[in-house]
Design a binder for this molecule. Structure first.
Ligand code: BT5
Length: 272
Protein backbone atom coordinates (compact mmCIF):
# COMPACT_ATOMS: atom_id res chain seq x y z
CA UNK A 1 0.00 0.00 0.00
CA UNK A 2 2.42 2.69 -1.16
CA UNK A 3 -0.36 5.29 -1.47
CA UNK A 4 -0.21 6.35 2.17
CA UNK A 5 1.26 9.76 2.94
CA UNK A 6 4.94 9.99 3.71
CA UNK A 7 6.05 11.15 7.15
CA UNK A 8 5.83 14.96 7.18
CA UNK A 9 9.23 16.06 8.43
CA UNK A 10 8.34 19.77 8.36
CA UNK A 11 5.23 19.16 10.41
CA UNK A 12 7.26 17.13 12.91
CA UNK A 13 9.83 19.92 13.18
CA UNK A 14 7.05 22.37 14.04
CA UNK A 15 6.40 20.27 17.14
CA UNK A 16 10.05 19.52 17.83
CA UNK A 17 12.31 22.14 16.15
CA UNK A 18 15.40 21.21 18.16
CA UNK A 19 15.63 17.92 16.28
CA UNK A 20 16.40 19.68 12.99
CA UNK A 21 20.17 19.21 13.12
CA UNK A 22 19.98 15.58 14.27
CA UNK A 23 17.21 14.21 12.06
CA UNK A 24 17.84 11.92 9.11
CA UNK A 25 14.76 10.96 7.11
CA UNK A 26 14.85 8.17 4.51
CA UNK A 27 11.74 7.41 2.41
CA UNK A 28 13.04 3.82 2.20
CA UNK A 29 15.99 2.14 3.88
CA UNK A 30 17.16 -1.36 4.77
CA UNK A 31 16.90 -0.90 8.54
CA UNK A 32 17.20 2.27 10.62
CA UNK A 33 18.99 0.32 13.36
CA UNK A 34 21.49 -1.06 10.89
CA UNK A 35 22.17 2.38 9.40
CA UNK A 36 22.41 3.94 12.88
CA UNK A 37 25.07 1.42 13.87
CA UNK A 38 26.99 2.14 10.68
CA UNK A 39 26.87 5.88 11.36
CA UNK A 40 28.08 5.40 14.93
CA UNK A 41 31.27 3.86 13.51
CA UNK A 42 32.05 6.68 11.09
CA UNK A 43 35.52 8.27 11.40
CA UNK A 44 33.91 11.60 12.37
CA UNK A 45 32.80 9.93 15.59
CA UNK A 46 29.45 9.05 17.08
CA UNK A 47 26.72 11.59 17.78
CA UNK A 48 23.12 11.63 18.86
CA UNK A 49 20.87 11.16 15.86
CA UNK A 50 17.29 10.35 15.04
CA UNK A 51 16.86 8.16 11.97
CA UNK A 52 13.40 7.91 10.57
CA UNK A 53 11.86 6.08 7.64
CA UNK A 54 8.56 5.21 5.98
CA UNK A 55 9.64 1.76 4.84
CA UNK A 56 12.33 -0.75 5.67
CA UNK A 57 13.31 -3.47 3.26
CA UNK A 58 14.92 -5.50 6.04
CA UNK A 59 13.39 -4.17 9.27
CA UNK A 60 14.67 -6.24 12.16
CA UNK A 61 13.47 -7.56 15.47
CA UNK A 62 15.59 -9.36 18.02
CA UNK A 63 17.89 -12.13 16.78
CA UNK A 64 17.24 -11.18 13.17
CA UNK A 65 13.50 -11.68 13.31
CA UNK A 66 11.70 -9.46 10.87
CA UNK A 67 9.74 -6.27 11.48
CA UNK A 68 6.97 -5.96 8.90
CA UNK A 69 5.51 -2.56 8.02
CA UNK A 70 4.46 -1.46 4.53
CA UNK A 71 5.21 2.14 3.47
CA UNK A 72 3.69 4.77 5.75
CA UNK A 73 1.96 2.36 8.13
CA UNK A 74 3.99 3.13 11.20
CA UNK A 75 6.57 5.13 13.06
CA UNK A 76 9.88 3.49 12.27
CA UNK A 77 12.86 5.13 13.87
CA UNK A 78 16.16 4.69 15.66
CA UNK A 79 17.89 6.96 18.15
CA UNK A 80 21.59 6.86 18.83
CA UNK A 81 22.75 7.83 22.30
CA UNK A 82 25.68 7.16 24.61
CA UNK A 83 25.25 4.45 27.24
CA UNK A 84 26.83 6.76 29.85
CA UNK A 85 25.95 7.52 32.58
CA UNK A 86 24.44 4.05 32.82
CA UNK A 87 26.53 0.90 33.13
CA UNK A 88 26.31 -2.04 30.75
CA UNK A 89 23.99 -4.01 33.00
CA UNK A 90 21.64 -1.01 33.20
CA UNK A 91 21.41 -0.65 29.40
CA UNK A 92 17.94 -2.23 29.43
CA UNK A 93 16.67 0.92 31.19
CA UNK A 94 16.84 2.72 27.84
CA UNK A 95 14.40 0.19 26.38
CA UNK A 96 12.31 0.72 29.50
CA UNK A 97 12.15 4.51 29.13
CA UNK A 98 11.40 4.33 25.41
CA UNK A 99 8.48 2.03 26.26
CA UNK A 100 7.26 4.32 29.05
CA UNK A 101 7.56 7.36 26.76
CA UNK A 102 5.56 5.67 23.99
CA UNK A 103 2.92 4.67 26.51
CA UNK A 104 2.56 8.24 27.78
CA UNK A 105 2.52 9.65 24.26
CA UNK A 106 -0.24 7.23 23.20
CA UNK A 107 -2.30 8.36 26.19
CA UNK A 108 -1.74 12.02 25.40
CA UNK A 109 -2.03 11.92 21.61
CA UNK A 110 -4.58 9.15 21.06
CA UNK A 111 -6.28 8.58 24.39
CA UNK A 112 -5.13 4.95 24.27
CA UNK A 113 -3.86 2.91 27.19
CA UNK A 114 -1.09 0.57 26.10
CA UNK A 115 0.32 -2.30 28.12
CA UNK A 116 4.02 -2.99 28.54
CA UNK A 117 5.08 -6.58 28.12
CA UNK A 118 8.53 -7.72 29.28
CA UNK A 119 11.01 -7.13 27.76
CA UNK A 120 10.29 -4.88 24.79
CA UNK A 121 6.71 -4.84 23.52
CA UNK A 122 3.75 -2.52 23.80
CA UNK A 123 0.31 -4.05 23.43
CA UNK A 124 -3.17 -2.76 22.81
CA UNK A 125 -6.04 -5.12 23.54
CA UNK A 126 -3.49 -7.90 24.03
CA UNK A 127 -2.00 -7.47 20.57
CA UNK A 128 1.42 -6.06 19.79
CA UNK A 129 1.37 -2.52 18.41
CA UNK A 130 5.02 -1.67 19.04
CA UNK A 131 8.36 -3.40 19.39
CA UNK A 132 11.65 -1.94 20.57
CA UNK A 133 15.12 -3.08 19.56
CA UNK A 134 18.10 -1.72 21.52
CA UNK A 135 21.53 -2.66 20.22
CA UNK A 136 24.87 -1.85 21.81
CA UNK A 137 27.72 -0.60 19.70
CA UNK A 138 31.25 -0.17 21.00
CA UNK A 139 32.91 2.92 19.56
CA UNK A 140 36.58 3.02 20.56
CA UNK A 141 36.37 2.49 24.32
CA UNK A 142 32.82 3.76 24.82
CA UNK A 143 29.44 2.13 24.40
CA UNK A 144 26.61 3.66 22.41
CA UNK A 145 23.10 2.45 21.82
CA UNK A 146 21.07 2.26 18.65
CA UNK A 147 17.57 2.06 19.99
CA UNK A 148 14.85 1.55 17.43
CA UNK A 149 11.13 1.21 17.64
CA UNK A 150 8.35 0.34 15.28
CA UNK A 151 4.89 1.60 16.23
CA UNK A 152 2.00 0.50 14.05
CA UNK A 153 -0.35 3.33 13.10
CA UNK A 154 -1.93 2.40 9.79
CA UNK A 155 -1.75 -1.35 9.18
CA UNK A 156 -4.82 -2.68 7.36
CA UNK A 157 -6.37 -6.11 7.87
CA UNK A 158 -4.82 -7.03 4.57
CA UNK A 159 -1.34 -5.92 5.67
CA UNK A 160 -1.71 -8.00 8.83
CA UNK A 161 -2.87 -11.07 6.92
CA UNK A 162 -0.10 -10.77 4.34
CA UNK A 163 2.51 -10.53 7.09
CA UNK A 164 0.99 -13.47 8.98
CA UNK A 165 0.32 -11.21 11.98
CA UNK A 166 -3.50 -11.20 12.17
CA UNK A 167 -3.62 -12.92 15.55
CA UNK A 168 -0.61 -11.07 16.97
CA UNK A 169 -0.49 -7.44 15.94
CA UNK A 170 -2.58 -4.29 15.83
CA UNK A 171 -2.31 -0.51 15.51
CA UNK A 172 -1.90 1.96 18.33
CA UNK A 173 -5.48 3.17 17.73
CA UNK A 174 -8.60 1.06 17.01
CA UNK A 175 -9.13 2.82 13.69
CA UNK A 176 -6.03 2.70 11.50
CA UNK A 177 -4.26 5.99 10.74
CA UNK A 178 -6.27 8.15 13.13
CA UNK A 179 -3.16 9.37 14.88
CA UNK A 180 -0.69 12.00 13.73
CA UNK A 181 2.63 10.20 13.47
CA UNK A 182 4.42 13.54 13.66
CA UNK A 183 2.72 14.59 16.91
CA UNK A 184 3.12 11.09 18.36
CA UNK A 185 6.85 11.08 17.66
CA UNK A 186 7.36 14.58 19.04
CA UNK A 187 5.46 13.68 22.22
CA UNK A 188 7.42 10.44 22.63
CA UNK A 189 10.75 12.21 22.28
CA UNK A 190 9.64 14.90 24.73
CA UNK A 191 8.79 12.31 27.38
CA UNK A 192 12.00 10.46 26.59
CA UNK A 193 14.11 13.56 27.24
CA UNK A 194 12.47 13.86 30.68
CA UNK A 195 13.10 10.20 31.48
CA UNK A 196 16.73 10.45 30.37
CA UNK A 197 17.28 13.30 32.81
CA UNK A 198 15.61 11.29 35.55
CA UNK A 199 17.90 8.33 34.84
CA UNK A 200 20.80 10.52 35.96
CA UNK A 201 19.18 11.43 39.28
CA UNK A 202 16.65 8.75 40.18
CA UNK A 203 17.26 5.66 38.05
CA UNK A 204 15.73 3.38 40.69
CA UNK A 205 12.45 5.32 40.72
CA UNK A 206 12.26 5.12 36.93
CA UNK A 207 13.06 1.41 37.05
CA UNK A 208 10.25 0.88 39.55
CA UNK A 209 7.83 2.79 37.33
CA UNK A 210 8.71 0.43 34.49
CA UNK A 211 8.51 -2.71 36.63
CA UNK A 212 5.08 -1.79 37.99
CA UNK A 213 3.84 -1.08 34.44
CA UNK A 214 4.71 -4.58 33.21
CA UNK A 215 1.60 -6.70 32.67
CA UNK A 216 3.82 -9.78 32.58
CA UNK A 217 4.42 -9.82 36.32
CA UNK A 218 2.15 -12.09 38.32
CA UNK A 219 1.13 -14.02 35.19
CA UNK A 220 1.73 -17.66 34.33
CA UNK A 221 4.09 -17.58 31.36
CA UNK A 222 5.72 -19.85 28.85
CA UNK A 223 9.30 -19.00 27.98
CA UNK A 224 10.22 -20.03 24.46
CA UNK A 225 13.64 -20.27 22.88
CA UNK A 226 14.09 -18.32 19.68
CA UNK A 227 13.34 -21.44 17.65
CA UNK A 228 9.94 -21.64 19.35
CA UNK A 229 10.83 -24.54 21.66
CA UNK A 230 9.38 -24.37 25.18
CA UNK A 231 12.19 -23.72 27.65
CA UNK A 232 10.17 -23.38 30.85
CA UNK A 233 6.78 -22.56 32.33
CA UNK A 234 6.02 -20.74 35.53
CA UNK A 235 4.84 -17.56 37.15
CA UNK A 236 6.67 -14.31 36.32
CA UNK A 237 7.43 -12.91 39.75
CA UNK A 238 9.89 -10.07 39.25
CA UNK A 239 12.69 -8.38 37.34
CA UNK A 240 16.28 -8.63 38.57
CA UNK A 241 18.58 -5.56 38.78
CA UNK A 242 19.93 -6.24 35.27
CA UNK A 243 16.46 -6.43 33.71
CA UNK A 244 16.13 -10.23 33.57
CA UNK A 245 12.75 -11.85 34.24
CA UNK A 246 12.41 -14.00 37.37
CA UNK A 247 10.14 -16.97 36.76
CA UNK A 248 8.98 -19.20 39.60
CA UNK A 249 8.60 -22.83 38.56
CA UNK A 250 5.90 -25.02 40.08
CA UNK A 251 8.50 -26.66 42.31
CA UNK A 252 9.07 -23.28 43.97
CA UNK A 253 12.44 -22.87 42.29
CA UNK A 254 13.10 -19.50 40.59
CA UNK A 255 14.84 -19.15 37.22
CA UNK A 256 16.29 -16.01 35.66
CA UNK A 257 15.47 -15.42 31.99
CA UNK A 258 17.47 -12.94 29.90
CA UNK A 259 15.76 -10.76 27.33
CA UNK A 260 18.17 -11.46 24.50
CA UNK A 261 17.32 -15.04 23.71
CA UNK A 262 13.71 -15.80 24.60
CA UNK A 263 10.15 -14.79 23.90
CA UNK A 264 7.43 -14.91 26.52
CA UNK A 265 3.80 -15.94 26.07
CA UNK A 266 1.05 -16.18 28.60
CA UNK A 267 0.25 -19.74 29.61
CA UNK A 268 -2.63 -19.81 27.10
CA UNK A 269 -0.19 -18.99 24.31
CA UNK A 270 -1.38 -15.40 23.89
CA UNK A 271 0.52 -12.21 24.48
CA UNK A 272 -1.90 -11.03 27.16
C1 BT5 B 1 10.84 -6.41 18.23
O1 BT5 B 1 11.51 -7.59 18.05
O2 BT5 B 1 9.70 -6.31 18.61
C2 BT5 B 1 11.67 -5.16 17.89
C3 BT5 B 1 11.18 -4.52 16.64
C4 BT5 B 1 11.90 -3.24 16.35
C5 BT5 B 1 11.54 -2.69 15.01
C6 BT5 B 1 12.17 -1.33 14.79
S1 BT5 B 1 11.55 -0.54 13.37
C7 BT5 B 1 12.79 0.65 13.41
C8 BT5 B 1 14.07 -0.06 13.85
N1 BT5 B 1 14.82 -0.57 12.72
C9 BT5 B 1 14.83 -1.91 12.70
O3 BT5 B 1 15.36 -2.62 11.81
N2 BT5 B 1 14.17 -2.40 13.77
C10 BT5 B 1 13.68 -1.33 14.62
P1 BT5 B 1 10.98 -9.00 18.50
O4 BT5 B 1 10.60 -8.96 19.95
O5 BT5 B 1 12.02 -9.96 18.07
O6 BT5 B 1 9.65 -9.20 17.70
C11 BT5 B 1 9.67 -9.52 16.34
C12 BT5 B 1 8.37 -10.25 16.04
O7 BT5 B 1 7.27 -9.31 16.10
C13 BT5 B 1 8.30 -10.86 14.67
O8 BT5 B 1 8.87 -12.14 14.66
C14 BT5 B 1 6.80 -10.90 14.41
O9 BT5 B 1 6.21 -12.02 15.06
C15 BT5 B 1 6.30 -9.68 15.13
N3 BT5 B 1 6.11 -8.52 14.22
C16 BT5 B 1 6.73 -8.24 13.06
N4 BT5 B 1 6.28 -7.09 12.54
C17 BT5 B 1 5.33 -6.62 13.41
C18 BT5 B 1 4.48 -5.49 13.44
N5 BT5 B 1 4.50 -4.55 12.49
N6 BT5 B 1 3.64 -5.36 14.50
C19 BT5 B 1 3.60 -6.28 15.47
N7 BT5 B 1 4.37 -7.38 15.50
C20 BT5 B 1 5.22 -7.55 14.48
Amino acid sequence: MDNLAAFDVNNFLKYAPHWQSALLYFPTIGSTNQEARRLLQQPTGPRELLLLTDKQTSGRGRLNRRWEAPFGTGLLCTLTLPLAPLSLDQAYLYTAIVALSLKKAAEQEADQTLQLKWPNDLLRTGLKCCGILAELEQVKNKFWLAIGFGLNTGLTERDLTEAGLSDKATNVTPEAATISREAMLAATLGFLAEYRLRLTTEAEVVRQEWVTSLITLGEMVQVLDMDGQLRLKGRAVGVDPAGGLLVELSAGETRLVQAGDVSVRLANGHYA
